[in-house]
Each structure stands twice: as C-alpha cells, then as structure tokens.
Design a protein around this ligand. Structure first.
Ligand SMILES: *Cc1c(COP(=O)(O)O)cnc(C)c1O
Length: 381
C-alpha cells in the first residue's frame, strides 16, 4: 500500500469564494419573478470553477435544476449525489441513450434521429422520459428551424415514450446594446414557434430562453425558466450591455501562487525563451510556478502584472509551460514563499479576469474555462 502522501504543496491554486457565488445567485434570483425557475449552467466544470462544489452551493441557494454540455458532465454530478434535474444541452449521441435513462438526465433534442433513438431505448425499459427541444430563433447554431417545426412534431408525436417537458431557444446578441432589437426579434419568432407547439397538442412544463445577459437586462419575461451561467461566477464585465452595467456581480475566483525563486541579474540580461525581454537595470527577478499549461495564457507575456505585497509587479519575458517570471526589483524584500495574486484583488490592488481576457484578446469565459486540472480549486467561505 502506498502511504497517503500529501501532494498539494505546489502553491499555485484557484481560490473560489462560495459566499460571493451565493451572492451572485441571490442577485439573479431577486431580479426574477418568484415563479421563474433558475437552471444554473454548470457546463465546462462550472466555467472552470468546479461543477460539483458549485452545484451543491447553487442547490442550497435554491437553484431548481442544472445545465451541462455533455453526458460526462451530468454523470459527474449524479455520482456526487446531486439529485436535481439535469439538462444536457449537447444532446444525446448514439450509444448514450441507456446512460441518459439510467442517470435520469434530460437531453436537449434538435432532430428526430435523437428523439427516435431515445424513444426506442425508453420503450425497451417501458418508461416515459422527459426531453426538451431547442428552436433556432436566430443563433444559427443548433436547434430546429421554425419552418421545420411542424414536420418535427409529426415525428415527435410518434415517440410515445418521450414527453415534451421543455421548449427552449438561445439568444445570440443579448450581451450588447446594438443586439437589443435582434433579441426582440428572436423573442417574437420564439413566441410564434410556441404557438405552433401548443397548436400541435403539446403542453411543455418549461419554456426557457434567457442566458445571463438576457436574464439581467431583458425586462420582458420569456417563459418560466432562465439559464444563467457567467453571471453566477461574476463574469459580467464583458457580457452585459454597456447601458446596464450591473457591477454588483463579483468574480468568485482568485488565482494565486507563491514565489518559488528570487535572483539578482545585471542590467542588459535576457529573460526567458526567445529573449523577448532584457533587463534595463540591475534587477531582482522572481520565478512563479505557473505557466500556460495551467491555463495562464502565454499571450500575456510582457503584458500584464501580478500583485505582491499590495504592489503591482510586471510579468517579464515569455510565459513558459510551467513558469512565469516577474520583475520584483521595486518590491520590498521579495522572497521565496511570498504570496502572489495573478487574478483577483487584495485590499488595494486588483487584476480582474476581464483585465486578463482583454489583454489576451478573448473573453473572461475562455480564461476561467482554460484553467487546467493542474490547478487545484480551493473553496473558501
Ligand atoms: C452556456 C449556455 C447558457 C449560459 O450562458 P451565459 O451567457 O453564461 O449565461 C445558457 N444557455 C445555453 C444553451 C448555453 O449553451
């Protein structure tokens, strides 16, 4: 037997503030009418924040159900005793039908092939299972087109072991002011489709459309359920329209590490791969045990800061797979073991996920989703 070694000593970690997460959930809850259900979107490991722990917190805070992208993500929740309804937004792939039935996971269905396969599997077991269908009202991605609905329903009606529990659509441009009119158009199309749903004899229990930006800024109610993701994790900076900055949502993640080594190098020395940086003076350089394989983007090389002892210190040279170098010449007594904040804030200074994603020319979601399993998620509060 191997002894139970403690392998958690590398100081690099993502601290997740569950109190901030509960507050974000509560802020969304408060903006909705009491009868509107919240499906907390926890796909992609809760946008990198850890799906199991976050889902438990959302459940305690009053979430009604969860949305994931894949069967594997759904099973992870079930295996960790999460019993609320789970909607698999990515649908059911051939061969997955029995697992969906076994774990009680509801798929989003966009074509008759998926419906027929799931129906057959349910028929074998002698059960009726719920499904949601997705309508493409303008996203142009997955979903049944409005003019194909009638034919789809003819097929769906033959699937006696499926129950149409939900009808949904997805907004393409709810995150911007200039998208407002387009969103209104999507709602109108969706309403027309719903008329077809009812006219075809279906009475789905759930109608849902709104993602985070729509849940927070689009006043008109659409259906009786919303599907926020990013806002729950406080990633609202690049997702809410300019006109409606609700800066009360707080990011819940702090990316931290400790200084591993400090060294003195003379003026004119190259630093890191490809010598993209040369010291301009005699310098103190510190090495941080984090790199692009952790999900700290290489595109931040020479372009961002970290926070140490409540001061900013610049990242210098190329960020490599496992290491990042910073200039600590102006920091008071920098030493091995000093805590460094790469994303987050202390009492005075702040570097947000949005700051980082802007420099890396992407969106905050891609940054938090990009943290790899090498970074332990540590939960506080
Ligand atoms: C990811 C996703 C959401 C959540 O979107 P946010 O912008 O993070 O709130 C909602 N619905 C669907 C179908 C999604 O894929």
């Amino acid at each position: 037997m191997k002894p139970p070694f403690d392998t958690t000593h590398r100081p690099t970690k993502a601290e997740i503030d569950l109190k901030a997460l509960r507050n974000n959930f509560g802020k969304i809850r408060n903006r909705l009418s009491p009868k509107t259900q919240i499906m907390a979107i926890v796909k992609a490991d809760a946008y990198g924040h850890g799906a199991v722990r976050c889902s438990k917190e959302f459940a305690n805070a009053g979430a009604d159900s969860f949305g994931v992208a894949t069967l594997e993500e759904a099973i992870e929740l079930r295996d960790n005793n999460i019993d609320l309804p789970i909607l698999c937004l990515g649908g059911v792939w051939p061969g997955q039908e029995d697992a969906f039935l076994f774990y009680g996971i509801t798929p989003v269905i966009c074509d008759l092939d998926q419906a027929t396969r799931l129906n057959s599997a349910a028929k074998v077991k002698g059960i009726t299972v719920p499904v949601h269908i997705k309508i493409d009202s303008g996203m142009g991605r997955i979903g049944i087109l409005p003019n194909e609905l009638i034919i789809f329903f003819e097929g769906l009606r033959r699937c006696k072991n499926l129950e149409l529990e939900g009808v949904m659509t997805h907004f393409a441009a709810a995150d911007s002011d200039e998208g407002k009119e387009f969103t209104v158009g999507q709602v109108k199309k969706f309403d027309e489709c719903l008329a077809t749903v009812y006219a075809s004899g279906f009475t789905p229990a759930f109608i849902h459309a709104k993602n985070s930006p729509a849940s927070l800024t689009f006043v008109k109610e659409v259906g009786n359920m919303v599907r926020p993701g990013g806002a729950l994790y406080g990633l609202t900076d690049d997702m809410l329209p300019e006109s409606s900055k609700l800066n009360s949502f707080k990011p819940i993640l702090t990316l931290k590490t400790n200084i591993a080594y400090v060294k003195k190098i003379p003026a004119g020395s190259p630093v890191g791969y490809a010598r993209t940086y040369y010291t301009k003076r005699d310098s103190l350089i510190a090495a941080l045990p984090i790199g692009y394989s952790d999900g700290y983007p290489r595109s931040l090389s020479n372009k961002t800061n970290v926070i140490i002892n409540s001061e900013y210190a610049p990242v210098i040279g190329r960020i490599s797979m496992d290491w990042t170098l910073i200039d600590v010449t102006d920091i008071e007594n920098p030493e091995t073991g000093n805590e460094v904040i790469l994303i987050g804030n202390d009492s005075e200074k702040s570097i947000s996920v949005f700051d980082i994603s802007s420099i890396a020319k992407t969106i905050s979601y891609e940054i938090t989703c990009g943290f790899t399993k090498r970074i332990p998620r540590v939960y506080i509060n």
